[in-house]
Every structure is written in C-alpha cells, then in structure tokens.
Design a protein around this ligand. Structure first.
Ligand code: ADP
Ligand code: MG
Length: 462
C-alpha cells in the first residue's frame, strides 16, 4: 500500500535523527511537517522562510539520499513555508522552556492560560534613556501596590519590553507577598472569556474571578473591543478594583487618548494614575541589552564584543529584533561549526540587513516607487526583492499590498504600472491588493502602521 506523505517523511526523519547532531535536528527538522506527496515529490512545511531555505540547501539532499533504502525508491524533497506553523516563537530555539507559573505553592490565580514568564523580571530588564521613566514607575508600583501609581499605564511600540516590565511588577510583588491573588491577562483573553460567560450565562462567576484579585495586569488594551458590553464590563472591573485600592497595570501600543473607539470614561480612568511610554533603545542601550542577554545566557565567550557592536549598529527597530538576531546567529554558527564573527553575522542576518538601507538617511531621497517599496519593506522587516517576488506567503503579501496602496495614493500611478513595479503582476491583482488594504485598515494596529508610514513618506521631497 502506498505510504502517506507523513509516513514517508517520518521514515526519512527517523534516519536523519540518528545521523545529524541532536541540536541540528531539533532546530531545523523537528519543526517540519509533511504537507503533500505527489508522485516522487514530497512537499514539506517549515515554520519560516529561513528554516525552509536552510533545510532546502543543507538537508534536502541528505534526506533524499535515505529514500532508496527507507522507501525503496528515490524521492525529491521540496521545502516551503507552512502558513499554519508560522508564528512559532523563535525563542524556542535556544531558550529553555519557561517553568510553569503555577506550581503547588504558587499563589498565582490562574484565570487565563497566559502565564508569567520567569525571565521577565526587573533584574533582567536593562534600563536606558528610552525606558527609564516606565521602569521607575513600574518599580514604584511594585514597591507600594495600589498606592502610588494606580493605574500604571505603559505604552510603546511592539517588542520594546511592555509585557516584560508588567510581569516584572508581578514577580516583585509576589516575591514579597506570595499570598496575593494576581491576574495577568491579555486583553483578547478577557474579551473572549466575557463573551463565553455571556453565552453560558456565567457572568457572575466571571466577575468574581476578575474583581476579587489584588493585582490586575491587562496586556495590550488597545485590543479592547469597541463593543459596548466589553468596555462596560472592563469599566466596572476597573472601578471595583480601583476603589478597593488594588493595583492595576495596563499596557498598550499607544496612549489612552489615541486608542480608537475607547470610551471617554475609560480613557479618563486610564489616565488617572501614571502614563509612561517606552521608546526604541538608542545605540548605547542596544549594546547594553545585547551584553546583558549574552551574560544571562552565558554567551560572553561565544559572542565577541565586536559582533555585539555590529548587531547593535544594524538592528534598531526593537529589543525583540535584537534577541531574534542573536538566536539566528547562534543557530547559524552552530550549524556551520564556525566561531561567531562579524562576517558570519553579516551572512546569518543578511535578510534583516538587506531590508535596511546602509544609512538610514538613504531613504530620504525622493518620494518614488523605490522609496515607497523600501520604506514599506523596512517597516515589515522584509526585503524589496521579497515584495516583488512571486511568493504569496502572508508575511510578504501584507507589505506588498500596502506598498501598492501607498504608491497608488501618493504617486497616483496606473494599475498596470503598479503591477509592473511588482514583478509584472496584472491589474486585477493590483485591484485586489487595494481592496485588501481597505479591509486591513479596520484593524487598528495595521491602520496605525500604515498611517505612520504614509506620514513619513509624505515628508520626502518629490
Ligand atoms: P512588548 O510587550 O512591548 O511587545 P516584550 O515585553 O514582549 O515587548 O519584549 C520583547 C522581548 O524583548 C522580550 O524577550 C523582553 O524580555 C525583551 N526586552 C525588552 N526590553 C528589554 C530590556 N530593556 N532589557 C532586557 N530585555 C528586554
Ligand atoms: Mg507585549
């Protein structure tokens, strides 16, 4: 009987597991899944483009060489990005799994499946100019919960440490008063639980769970749904806790007054205590963060100082990007059995570096098709080549559609001309893209990104 794609792939993987170094297998092959078997070609999904390309160039041939014995016939192996798997946290590569936040002694009230991360402590948080206000406020709130800054509202772009800081408050408070009841919840989780409670007529229980905590941490409140019921519930939860002197900490990607659709009474409450923002780290701060990260993971000897400087100079968008770069670099080095050098870093991080202009001022040339493409690619962390390629993975389609839309809006090009500028697509594809952007615009996070991008582009001379 013919084998299924999964069976074929399992047989090949079993052999590879025995032959490749464990870390290599775990990093690159374990996250793959068989997608399709057609004739003698098997298509295998990988969680991201880097993994797919790496497997294609380094492992496809090796695995195929097992086929005659393992399967009794030759086989072609093709790797591609599996959209379903996308989003696998990159941190999984090198960082040990986080301990469960709720062990037997732990007082953490588990009302959601989002848990505290053991790494998100004040000790591991590097303070610099960009976050000193937020860090000081967080430390003060942790020292006297409910007394000084209530609520504490932290805001800033993604990947700059809001969740980290918020959880650090929780760790600090629990270390001193382990009996306190704490609730850390993502806004979407709060909303979903509320919807379920309404449907199953269990709102009384829902309220008790949220209103009887000593410390409420709500992450990403910009996702608070515009629906009246959610905001109403949130409002009452807030009031109950506030009046009882319980500490409330909120994070968002923008200040309260700029959250679209947020009711005025919530905006004003969010501003009652302390509103602190976090900016992207400057060069010095990025170096300190990388050094701290190397120190924490005992990587000082593996990552020389000049490589840290190199990364800090080139990757500036967020702390998450910095961490991702180190992880990728180490994976690359271990696979190539080479020491970490600047040259290796340039090779390992070429995707990230390519999307950046050599010098940030290069973008301030003129408003043109290339400058719109470059700025959009940079905003989404992809390359202009990727935008113009045929690939239809989601991480490329959204920036591609966005760039098309902005070109149409800012330069007024014809549909056909836009299609040509993106690797020869036809005008119906362009129309579809423009429509797609209108749809995407209903997502506040997306709208914010495109608005900022448009604003920046408008500053360019024509
Ligand atoms: P946000 O919630 O703002 O999107 P996170 O809190 O998830 O960002 O931070 C992204 C990553 O960067 C986390 O791994 C976090 O530990 C790390 N990080 C952010 N800021 C700092 C900092 N100042 N020092 C050390 N690590 C940081
Ligand atoms: Mg966060």
């Amino acid at each position: 009987m013919a084998l299924t794609a999964t069976e074929v792939w399992t047989r090949l993987l079993d052999r590879a597991r025995g032959e490749l170094p464990a870390q290599t297998y775990k990093t690159w092959l374990e996250p793959t899944t068989a997608l399709l078997l057609e004739g003698n070609t098997i298509t295998v999904g990988a969680p991201d483009r880097f993994t797919a390309e790496w497997n294609e160039s380094k492992h496809a041939q090796l695995l195929a060489s097992y086929a005659p014995v393992a399967l009794g016939h030759p086989i072609n192996i093709v790797f591609k990005v599996d959209e379903e798997q996308r989003g696998r946290p990159q941190m999984d590569l090198f960082v040990a799994p986080l301990p469960e936040a709720t062990d037997a002694k732990s007082p953490v009230t588990q009302i959601s499946n989002v848990q505290l991360s053991a790494r998100y402590t004040f000790k591991n948080f590097v303070i610099g100019k960009s976050n000193e206000l937020a860090a000081a406020a967080a430390q003060a709130a942790a020292a006297s919960p409910g007394k000084v800054y209530n609520p504490l509202f932290l805001y800033g772009q993604t990947g700059l440490g809001k969740t980290h800081l918020m959880q650090a408050i929780a760790h600090e408070i629990l270390s001193k008063s382990p009996e306190l009841r704490l609730c850390f919840v993502a806004t979407e989780q709060f909303t979903n639980e509320l919807v379920t409670a309404i449907q199953t007529r269990t709102t009384a229980a829902f309220r008790r769970r949220y209103r009887e905590v000593d410390l409420l941490l709500v992450d990403d409140v910009h996702f608070l749904k515009r629906t009246e019921a959610t905001q109403e519930e949130f409002f009452h939860t807030f009031n109950t806790l506030y009046e009882a002197g319980r500490q409330i900490v909120l994070t968002s990607d923008r200040p309260p007054s700029e959250i679209p659709g947020l009711e005025a009474r919530l905006v004003s409450r969010f501003q009652w205590g302390m509103v602190a923002d976090i900016e992207p780290p400057d060069l010095e701060h990025r170096i300190a963060i990388l050094q701290n990260k190397a120190h924490l993971d005992h990587l000082e000897l593996t990552i020389p100082e000049d490589v840290i400087q190199f990364i800090a100079h080139h990757i500036w968008s967020s702390v998450r990007e910095l961490e991702g770069s180190i992880i990728r670099l180490l994976a690359y080095a271990s696979l190539k059995h080479q020491p970490v050098t600047i040259d290796l870093a340039r090779e390992a991080l070429r995707d990230k570096l390519k999307s950046l202009p050599d010098n940030p001022t290069d973008l301030t040339t003129r408003l043109s098709v290339p400058s719109i493409q470059a700025a959009t690619a940079r905003e989404w962390g992809v390359t202009v080549d990727g935008l113009c390629s045929k690939s239809r993975t989601k991480h490329l389609t959204i920036p591609r559609q966005t760039a098309m839309y902005l070109i149409r809006e800012l330069l007024g090009l014809q549909l056909v001309e836009i299609g040509t500028a993106f690797g020869g697509r036809d005008h119906s594809t362009v129309i579809h893209s423009l429509e797609k952007v209108l749809e995407l615009n209903t997502d506040p996070e997306y709208k914010r990104r495109i608005d900022i991008l448009r604003e920046n582009l408008r500053q360019l001379p024509r």
